[in-house]
Design a binder for this molecule. Structure first.
Ligand code: SF4
Length: 149
């Protein structure tokens, strides 16, 4: 007996507090990720993006984050969307890792209980279920980012 397993649509994912639309390139690989959130972003989202690299303030309340082989994103605080440009030879886990950080930020994933001890640089503190990263200690090793779908 066969059961019809529902296949995941690689180009659209719906979560509780946001959704993700994916534009693929001609080879079927991720090209651009469009995240749309149910409410305006606040600055707490930046905490969850710190493991990927230095977050640069641009004009107003807009920040930019670029990690080679992962993505380039602008984070507009007060708006509801984030667009991630994915380079051609990207790490295949880039989308999963970024999405998992957004799930944590939106309380859709729980922080691992041992989150503080995961960090080799002792850069993470957990307060009331939220992750706080000391950016002067963080070396962007990504050990603390969940890599499973
Ligand atoms: S594990 Fe620690 S050093 Fe590595 S990215 Fe996370 S916070 Fe930064």
């Amino acid at each position: 007996m066969f059961r019809n397993k529902k296949k995941k649509n690689p180009q659209f994912e719906q979560f509780k507090n946001f959704h993700l639309q994916v534009k693929l390139d001609c080879k079927g690989k991720d090209d651009t990720l469009f995240y749309e959130f149910n409410k305006p972003l606040d600055s707490s989202i930046l905490e969850y993006l710190k493991p990927f690299g230095e977050i640069i303030p641009l004009s107003g309340d807009i920040y930019e984050l670029k990690r080679d082989n992962f993505f380039k994103i602008q984070i507009p605080i007060g708006r509801t969307s984030i667009i991630a440009e994915i380079p051609e030879n990207h790490d295949p886990l880039a989308r999963i890792m970024l999405t998992n950080q957004f799930k944590l930020a939106m309380n859709e994933l729980k922080l691992p209980g041992n989150i503080e001890s995961i960090c080799p640089e002792k850069a993470i503190k957990e307060a009331k279920g939220k992750m706080i990263i000391n950016r002067t200690k963080c070396n962007y090793c990504l050990e603390c980012v969940i890599k499973e779908d």
